[in-house]
Write a protein that binds this ligand. Structure first.
Ligand code: FE
Length: 182
């Protein structure tokens, strides 16, 4: 489990990865000079996060019983419930006292269709028993005929209806409709 990963430059495509100093994974990256990043999707179970983030590979084989693939350099990346993976080569290492920052070049990458990456906020919601599939509470507007109180519910957004649209009930023009917040 890494601290931070972000794209740094586009040409060439560089990614920076920050890792806690002294951790087993950090030492492995230093030794090997390459790594993979598995981007968790919102469907990733908390067990996967615990298995990789809350224990050390000094004490166990984190990949035991887990389905994974290897990139061209033989570094493993997770397969199930992932949003993407990145195959990286370390170009430069910067000592940030508590952390090491690896400046990496991107060698290969794959985006898994339709999977949304899990943000730290998503993780906090899941950890406290929340659900990400619940619809976001958002204010939707509706248009009501001010004459007969018919509520427009067509497929086309009301704003995009033609100017000659009339209320299907009282036949008044589009201009008599008023916008109300639900
Ligand atoms: Fe009407």
């Amino acid at each position: 489990m890494i601290n931070t990963a972000a794209q740094a430059t586009a040409e060439p495509n560089r990614v920076i990865v920050t890792m806690n100093e002294g951790e087993s994974t950090t030492e492995l990256i230093e030794k090997k000079g390459s790594l993979t990043v598995s981007v968790l999707s919102q469907k990733t179970p908390l067990d996967t996060i615990s298995a990789f983030g809350m224990r050390s590979s000094r004490d166990c084989d984190k990949f035991e019983g887990v389905s994974y693939r290897e990139d061209a350099k033989g570094n493993p990346y997770l397969q199930e419930t992932m949003a993407a993976f990145l195959g990286l080569t370390v170009q430069k290492t910067v000592d940030l006292d508590t952390h090491l920052l690896f400046v990496c070049t991107l060698d290969e990458a794959e985006c898994f269709a339709d999977e949304q990456p899990m943000t730290y906020n998503d993780y906090r919601i899941l950890k406290t028993g929340g659900s990400l599939s619940a619809p976001q509470a958002k204010k939707t507007k509706k248009y009501v005929c001010s004459i007969c109180h018919y509520v427009y519910d067509g497929e086309v957004p009301f704003e995009e209806l033609p100017d000659d649209y009339v209320c299907p009930v009282c036949k008044q023009p589009k201009s008599v409709f008023i916008e109300v917040e639900e």
